[in-house]
Design a protein around this ligand. Structure first.
Ligand code: ADP
Ligand code: MG
Length: 292
């Protein structure tokens, strides 16, 4: 594109809070075939809230929450923060935890009052050698409603489930529709479980879901989508997303994201509005047209 077209395109983007890092980013955005979107914090608000606390055993929900909160207080994961906030709302006071360990893409473990407590997804329960028993059906029901389900294991046994909901952003469905209108394929990429992800994807009109992806595997999944010289944009917000943003032809950081994501990205969307993704691609296309 000509320097003038680049300047105009960059200016148009800036007016919408879409900051292209350089001319190459603007040009690349014109030729994108596939937009991959992280689920949590990108398509959803990233403000998870506890909706269900389920326990099969005495002495009940608050006792379960005490143990879970002791572990999650040590974690910086958004799900952990939701649990801690919920416990505070219920005036549940948690004891301190020892030997805290974060297990990326799985959850976390610690020792609380002499008990080994593990909180996380099904993969973590498997690692702990825990059979969900009667909780398996409850877990599936919750996931089918689009909730993220945290499994609580105490001393190698399934002790309960915590259902967490994270509402889609108001404009996520419209953004998907606009991208489809531009002839762009939309893919959801997430570490969350398949049933949860598919439910939310269906609600947003997304037909391709890549779920249960470990943080370290996100970049490799982007590379697979790039086969056949397809140009792929990745939209993400988290530290976990940085390698995938770097792998993508166009890395897009959504505004409220972490510094790492913003540094790695080619395009930063300051307003955290998914609709700015199709807008940015249209600006790129307009810029390239002007050079011909
Ligand atoms: P994403 O943010 O895309 O969901 P993560 O890799 O951060 O990906 O997490 C993957 C999954 O691991 C989460 O969906 C959740 O099921 C589980 N998980 C990770 N950390 C925690 C935690 N501290 N507490 C409960 N579950 C967790
Ligand atoms: Mg995330």
């Amino acid at each position: 594109a000509t320097p003038t077209a680049i300047m105009v395109g960059t200016g148009l983007g800036a007016g919408r809070g879409a900051l292209f890092k350089n001319a190459a980013a603007l040009e690349t955005s014109a030729g994108i075939h596939t937009v991959v979107m992280d689920k949590t914090g990108t398509l959803t608000k990233g403000e998870p809230e506890v909706t269900d606390v389920i326990t099969t055993q005495e002495p009940g929900e608050d006792a379960l929450l005490r143990l879970v909160t002791a572990v999650e207080r040590e974690s910086e994961h958004p799900l952990a923060e939701a649990v801690v906030r919920h416990a505070e709302d219920r005036a549940v006071v948690a004891p301190s935890a020892g030997g805290f360990e974060n297990v990326p893409g799985h959850g976390a473990t610690a020792v609380v009052e002499g008990h080994r407590v593990a909180v996380g997804n099904r993969r973590l329960a498997e690692r702990e050698g825990v059979d969900l028993g009667p909780l398996a059906a409850r877990r599936e029901e919750l996931a089918a409603t689009g909730r993220t389900v945290v499994i609580v294991c105490v001393d190698g046994r399934a002790a309960g489930l915590i259902g967490i909901a994270d509402a889609p952003r108001e404009t996520s469905a419209a953004a998907v529709r606009e991208l489809h209108g531009l002839g762009v394929e939309v893919v959801m990429l997430t570490g969350d479980n398949r049933a949860t992800a598919e439910r939310i994807a269906r609600r947003l009109g997304i037909d391709t879901v890549i779920a249960e992806v470990l943080p370290r595997d996100k970049a490799a999944r982007i590379a697979e989508l790039q086969r056949g010289d397809r140009k792929v944009a990745m939209v993400g917000d988290g530290v976990n997303d940085a390698p995938a943003l770097a792998q993508a032809d166009l890395g897009i950081a959504i505004g409220a994201g972490t510094d790492v994501a913003i540094e790695t990205a080619d395009l930063v969307l300051m307003r955290s509005d998914p609709l700015d993704v199709p807008t940015a691609l249209r600006i790129g296309r307009g810029t390239l047209r002007k050079m011909r």
